[in-house]
Design a protein around this ligand. Structure first.
Ligand SMILES: [Zn+2]
Length: 208
């Protein structure tokens, strides 16, 4: 899906004006190719089999990866969601985007490339989770309360963080995606089967 309604670049002198009126003295900044190229990507929805793929590590942060990250952030904000894994837009690369800023706070886009969980706490925490690939379904999930994660930032710099609270939950949820695991896999079989059935039916109806 492309972003709709982006106007074509302005060409000086094409706007309607009186024959003898002077040209407006405004320097227009043309949209750069980079901005013009940003696009929303379709989010895969359960039971799409690609969500079960194990994603490949990123070997080099090249133009394609940078573009993917920009598109993932735009897609995540548009959804709206607080975290997105690349496989959710159909690209099996180990990349996660996240923004846990509250509504009144400025945006805080975070990018985790090739994230690895180094340590998890014995202590557990239960939080309600939802997923852009399983829209409008929420359930409590129990996970380790704290995690230590190493990853590369978007410049390729190695970093390590210790997380708790929402960040710990979100990191584990998104890293699961990179391994083909969904949050419903942490629920009872009964609950999981119920959700799967509902989404499989919906997918069939949509395909008709
Ligand atoms: Zn998810």
């Amino acid at each position: 899906m492309q972003t709709a309604g982006r106007p074509p670049p302005a060409t000086p002198g094409t706007a309607a004006r009186a024959a003898d009126a002077p040209l407006p003295r405004i320097d227009r900044v043309p949209a750069t190719a980079y901005i013009a190229a940003m696009a929303l990507r379709d989010i895969l929805i359960l039971p799409d089999k690609r969500l079960r793929q194990v994603s490949e590590p990123v070997k080099k942060i090249d133009a394609g990866i940078r573009k993917l990250i920009e598109d993932m952030l735009e897609t995540m904000y548009d959804a709206p969601g607080i975290g997105l894994a690349a496989i959710q837009v159909g690209t099996p690369k180990r990349i996660i985007t996240m923004d846990l800023a509250k509504k009144e706070e400025p945006k805080n886009p975070q990018v985790f490339i090739n994230p690895e969980i180094l340590w998890t706490s014995q202590e557990k925490a239960t939080n309600e989770e939802g997923c852009l690939s399983i829209p409008e379904y929420y359930s409590d999930v129990e996970r380790p309360a704290q995690v230590k994660v190493k990853y590369l930032d978007r410049e390729g710099e190695p970093r390590e963080i210790e997380a708790n609270g929402l960040l710990a939950t979100c990191l584990q949820h998104e890293i699961d995606h990179l391994n083909g695991v969904l949050f419903i896999d942490h629920l009872s079989k009964l609950k999981r089967d119920r959700v799967l059935k509902k989404f499989t039916k919906a997918a069939k109806r949509a395909a008709e």
